[in-house]
Design a protein around this ligand. Structure first.
Ligand code: PLP
Length: 358
């Protein structure tokens, strides 16, 4: 009789290390690209009323028709394109990978990129090919095109802007990749609220392009709502893999309500962008720090004067400030740390603590 997981579970699952979420109670939390601002109290009162009346004894609307209509308008989804909802965009990545996972199929992305691309490829039993970015974190188009020719990936994920580097890749380089790809290309616009660029208007042009968004980074991380936009021929197939009630009653009601006041999250994104500029400038003024350009709500920086990123990270943590240590996660990220843009007060706390530790 088999008696333990290692005799039953797939070896590649046994070999994974779990996605690590550090405990953050009581910390200044600048590690997960959350929007630091809460909603205005009048809107929170309206949400409380929704919660009072919500039919939580019933399953949610499996098609989430009202929410999708609100998203279509708020995000200016082009006519003729469908929407599929996920329990966060993480779930959408997983649905796409499951659909693509023929024997030997490959999921491709760049390195460094969002770690869930690689992890979910493994969950789905797919091969993974990660093409290194150049040292300035731009796309290495020649290497990408060669890797596409070699691996014939079923799906390519490109985050635009990229996480953890924060930059927007060159749009014409991404277009060349879409044109050369034998499979689908998913442009992941998780940080769209903080960037002035999108592939939404390219959906009509490319039949193998899918576009992913999430409400997480713009202020509703706790709701878990992501969406995929694309042609019906792709989305009607992916819908078969979506679990019928993946987006709960409360998420549908609250997201639809908040989307009726688009200015609120928009104004918060504006405030975050202003803080991002100020913070980048103050970071760059510190000795021993290289700051990378960012179009997202976080800033990647490198320690250059013998300070060890892991030590600085640890000392900040001891002072109650949680950021992300990227040292050791990829050769291009040597001595790099990533900080989410918080409130002006949180950012000042972070900068003060960092300065004291350099
Ligand atoms: C945060 C992030 C996601 C996941 O967002 P959820 O919708 O919260 O699951 C997807 N892609 C990238 C690039 C991210 O940084």
């Amino acid at each position: 009789m088999p008696s333990s997981p290692d005799q039953i579970f797939r070896p590649e699952i046994l070999a994974l290390s779990a996605y690590h979420v550090p405990p953050a109670t009581g910390m200044v939390k600048l590690d997960a690209m959350e929007n630091p601002y809460s909603l205005p109290s009048e809107l929170r009162d309206e949400i409380a009323l929704l919660a009072t009346c919500a039919p939580i004894n019933r399953y949610p609307d499996p098609s989430a028709a009202l929410l999708k209509a609100a998203l279509r308008e708020a995000l200016a989804v082009p006519d003729g394109m469908d929407i599929m909802l996920g329990n966060g965009s993480d779930e959408i990545i997983q649905i796409i990978a499951l659909a693509c996972a023929r024997p030997e199929a490959v999921l491709m992305s760049v390195e460094p990129a969002f770690v869930m691309f690689r992890m979910i490829a493994t969950f789905a039993g797919m091969g993974y090919a990660g093409v290194p970015l150049k040292a300035d974190f731009s796309l290495d188009v020649d290497a990408m095109l060669a890797a596409i020719a070699q691996h014939q990936p079923a799906v390519i994920f490109i985050a635009y802007p990229n996480n953890p580097t924060g930059n927007l890749f060159d749009a014409s380089a991404i277009s060349r990749i879409i044109e050369s790809a034998p499979g689908v290309v998913v442009v992941d616009e998780a940080y769209h609220a903080f960037a002035d660029a999108s592939f939404m208007d390219k959906l009509a042009q490319y039949s193998n392009l899918l576009l992913m968004r999430t409400l997480s980074k713009s202020g509703l991380a706790g709701l878990r709502l992501g969406l995929l936009v694309g042609r019906r021929e792709w989305l009607s197939q992916l819908e078969k893999l979506r679990l019928p009630y993946n987006v709960g009653v409360m998420t549908q009601l609250i997201a639809e309500k908040v989307l009726r006041y688009p200015d609120i999250l928009l104004q918060q994104a504006v405030a975050i962008k202003i803080e991002r500029a100020a913070m980048s400038e103050r970071l760059a003024a510190l000795d021993g720090i290289d700051v990378f350009p960012t179009d997202a709500n976080f800033i990647l920086f490198r320690l250059t004067q013998g300070n060890e990123a892991s030590q600085v990270f640890q000392r900040l943590k001891e002072r109650g400030i949680l950021i992300k240590n990227l040292d050791g996660s990829h050769p291009l990220l040597k001595n790099c740390l990533r900080v989410t843009v918080g409130t002006p007060h949180e950012n000042a706390q972070f900068l003060g603590a960092l300065q004291a530790r350099l």
